[in-house]
Design a protein. Structure first.
Length: 576
């Protein structure tokens, strides 16, 4: 009898202990700091996909539901905002955005609207009239897809108008650059200069003199002699980048490849309480070597500064870009027989990198655009995962643009995340089919096929060579949903079988992006206990006509319950 009583009290004690533990794991409600009511709040939670109000305490959501339910946690000091029916979505996440370049982009000379090379020359000639002798002239955004003549330019005409000033014109989505004779001379590039690994210097077939066109890593022969950006200037650009991102409703960014200096600035801003965005930063490495060894000697740094900065991913490039014919293909380019692209890192080296990173607890992100590069990434990752049993590797392929049809289901089988940029579809439709032909286009920009196979797709932008509006996540969602340009062409969409629903597209920029960074329990949907990261929109993303999606305005961006951006014409007031 005594023993039975003991068991009964022991059981009651255990029930009490478990109940207390469960209670302590939930966010304590109490009095809210911030309450939003009368809204169209899209939670991305299956049980309650849409609510009209929510409450925040500290930096966390504590309750979501009806106005009546939420107002119960309102106190005398609670900030109450009446949304007036406006739409709230989880804070948007860009899974592939080079953050420092976003601010610099506001200061660039853009060439994306040039209809041909002659217009590029006219723009540069006007800039040269105001330039000091010897001053570097930097332009970006030209693409032969937008030109009547699709062939690569040379610097003959450029040399005539720019004899005293070195000129560097980035183009083909940053995978090519046209430089003048002055810049080539300063960089020491001549007809005898060998191609660097992973790059190509184009030469005149007769004279063998360089034409001024540098592909992929050959650009570094010139960029390394650029006037050095000071620490303070780079820091200012990063702060400008953060403000620009917040205006677009972004609360988190995956920065795909930074050097030690930039990461140092991120940590400085964190100490100064000035990192008003959440960053998931990847170390950029050229391949398997000393830099990789130095990085993996240290453990990943996760959720620094109350979930503001994480360093746990390592990125490298396997190939180049499709526009510059640098993407590595399994067979020749359709518009240039014998050309199959560039391979920057061979498969055995990919295998070694992935194996080392998995063993050290790091995620790997591999830039792969062509079908050959993607297959190399998949094959090497499959080998590495057989040798290193990681519980949850979440390996990533950045871009995954051109895929062999047989490789599409392998993403899901290997747990490979496809980090894709739908805006590339809008930008590349003018030339992609010419590059790879109609048959290979069946596996191009194939987000619907990947989703149907069970692959998680994280959405991003990656357009540092174009005006900043191309980085707008709402433009990316529009592209994923319509596969049309901003004028609504082509009618019905370009290869419309790969269109996705609005809900699927939104998940690419929220919960799936959070998953790609191991953060789905913190962000990406709206639920009690998650970070109060919110984006307030002027119109309902789910019901507005498709053509109107890019015109939606961000009324407010809320990070951890604080309003970090407020549209000047909205009722919101920034807290910072």
């Amino acid at each position: 009898m005594l023993f039975e009583c003991y068991l009964k009290f022991w059981a009651l004690d255990m029930i009490f202990f478990i109940a207390m533990a469960c209670q302590s794991s939930r966010p304590k409600q109490g009095t809210a700091d911030l309450v939003l009511i009368n809204g169209n709040i899209i939670t991305l939670e299956e049980k309650s996909p849409k609510v009209e109000a929510l409450a925040v305490k500290g930096d966390r959501l504590i309750i979501l539901g009806t106005n009546q339910e939420i107002l119960k946690v309102k106190g005398t000091q609670t900030k109450v905002i009446d949304l007036g029916g406006k739409t709230v979505i989880p804070g948007l996440i860009d899974s592939h955005l080079h953050l420092p370049l976003l601010g610099m982009g506001l200061k660039k000379i853009y060439l994306d609207k040039a209809a041909d090379y002659q217009q590029v020359l006219e723009i540069i000639e006007e800039v040269l009239k105001k330039a000091k002798p010897g001053q570097w002239i930097m332009g970006s955004g030209w693409h032969t897809a937008n030109w009547k003549n699709k062939e690569f330019p040379d610097n003959g005409e450029l040399n005539k108008i720019s004899q005293e000033n070195p000129v560097f014109l980035s183009g083909m989505a940053t995978h090519a650059a046209l430089v003048n004779k002055k810049a080539l001379a300063l960089a020491g590039i001549n007809k005898d200069t060998p191609d660097p690994e992973g790059g190509r210097i184009l030469h005149d077939p007769g004279s063998r003199e360089p034409t001024g066109l540098l592909l992929e890593k050959a650009q570094q022969l010139v960029t390394r002699i650029f006037p050095q950006e000071t620490h303070s200037t780079r820091k200012e650009n990063i702060l400008l980048s953060i403000q620009t991102a917040l205006k677009m409703g972004l609360t988190s960014i995956h920065d795909p490849g930074e050097d030690a200096d930039t990461i140092r600035i991120y940590k400085e801003l964190l100490k100064e309480n000035a990192l008003n965005i959440r960053l998931y930063v990847m170390f950029l490495i050229p391949g398997d070597g000393d830099l990789l060894e130095r990085i993996i000697r240290n453990k990943p740094e996760i959720d620094l500064g109350n979930n503001r900065l994480t360093l746990r991913s390592i990125k490298f490039l396997i190939d180049g870009a499709l526009g510059a014919r640098g993407a590595a293909l399994l067979s020749s380019y359709s518009d240039k027989k014998g050309e199959m692209g560039l391979v920057a890192v061979p498969e055995d080296e990919i295998f070694s990198i992935v194996k080392k990173c998995l063993s050290a607890g790091y995620q790997v992100a591999m830039h792969a655009i062509g079908d050959r590069a993607n297959r190399m990434a998949l094959d090497a990752s499959e080998r590495a995962q057989r040798e290193v049993r990681s519980a949850d590797p979440r390996l990533r392929i950045e871009h995954a643009q051109i895929l062999a049809l047989d490789d599409i289901p392998r993403f899901s089988r290997l747990g490979m995340i496809a980090s894709m940029q739908p805006i590339h579809c809008l930008m590349d439709m003018a030339f992609a089919e010419f590059r790879v032909g109609t048959e290979r286009m069946k596996g191009a920009y194939a987000w619907k096929s990947l989703m149907e196979s069970g692959t998680v797709i994280a959405g991003g932008s990656d357009v540092p060579d174009f005006p900043v509006e191309y980085s707008n996540p709402l433009w990316g969602i529009y592209s994923a949903v319509t596969r049309q340009d901003l004028e609504g062409k082509p009618e019905g969409g370009w290869y419309p079988g790969q269109r996705v629903s609005r809900l699927e597209a939104l998940k690419m920029y929220t919960i799936h992006a959070a998953y790609a960074a191991f953060e789905e329990n913190l962000k990406g949907s709206l639920a009690p206990g998650k970070l109060a990261d919110l984006t307030v929109l002027s119109h309902d993303l789910m019901s507005i006509p498709e053509r109107e999606i890019p015109k939606i305005e961000v009324l407010a961006t809320i990070l951890g319950g604080k309003i970090v951006y407020a549209h000047p014409k909205s009722q919101f007031t920034p807290d910072l």
